[in-house]
Design a protein around this ligand. Structure first.
Ligand SMILES: Cc1cc2nc3c(=O)[nH]c(=O)nc-3n(C[C@H](O)[C@H](O)[C@H](O)COP(=O)(O)O)c2cc1C
Length: 206
């Protein structure tokens, strides 16, 4: 599903631009969290994590994470398994409108687990984020070096999600071990996109 053709966009609640946890504290507290309470996430939680990953922060189109040549190759998706106010399914984030659109309806937890080598955080998290990238957007300008830039950018976006999660009372773990083609099929993503990182998120169990 191409960004331009995704339908029925759902506007997200506005993100907050201030919080009670300093950047230093969030960095100090961040740990890979692999067990979550059986508690739903709110739409505000989802809004904040998506904004942290790729939110628009300037009328000129700049975003929360830096991007080589401001070409923005990243596409952020998430699997909603237990999010208050959202049907179960897969959603794509649209930074310009701070909106999401469903790309697949229903619960595909079992398939997602298998495609993520049965890792337990993927099995139990109320939401699982995926950072994908359209490499060509960057390679067209920077050639093969663009490959490196895109992967670096995924790291920026992922760290933003992880630190924002801490400040929202959530926990995350970044997952690099998964089967790209299977994840792409589950996302029903734009065909040129390749998944780079999976990030389960939830309220920490401990
Ligand atoms: C590129 C990358 C890939 C990772 N892949 C996985 C993974 O597939 N599964 C997992 O449980 N943790 C994964 N991790 C998380 C690391 O295991 C974790 O960051 C490390 O143990 C340090 O712990 P901390 O994050 O709590 O500081 C990955 C981390 C990175 C940076």
């Amino acid at each position: 599903m191409a960004s331009e053709t995704a339908t029925q966009k759902i506007k997200l609640p506005a993100p907050r631009y201030d919080g009670k946890v300093s950047v230093e504290k969030a960095m100090h507290l961040r740990r890979s969290i692999r067990s979550y309470k059986l508690e739903p996430l709110s739409l505000n939680n989802i809004s904040q994590l998506l904004w942290a990953a790729q939110g628009k922060t300037s009328p000129r189109g700049y975003r929360t994470a830096p991007s080589a040549g401001a070409l923005y190759p990243l596409e952020v998706y998430f699997f909603a398994f237990d999010v208050t106010g959202l049907d179960e399914g897969v959603y794509q984030y649209f930074p310009n409108e701070h909106a999401i659109a469903m790309t697949r309806k229903g619960n595909v937890r079992e398939d997602l687990c298998k495609s993520s080598l049965n890792q337990s955080p993927v099995r139990h998290a109320p939401a699982v984020f995926v950072i994908s990238a359209v490499f060509e957007r960057t390679i067209i300008k920077y050639g093969q070096r663009g490959e490196r830039y895109v992967q670096i950018e995924a790291g920026h976006a992922a760290q933003n999600i992880c630190l924002q999660a801490v400040s929202e009372g959530m926990g995350t773990v970044v997952v690099g071990a998964f089967l790209d083609h299977e994840i792409n099929a589950l996302l029903n993503s734009i065909p040129e996109a390749r998944p780079l990182y999976i990030i389960p998120a939830g309220v920490p169990a401990e």
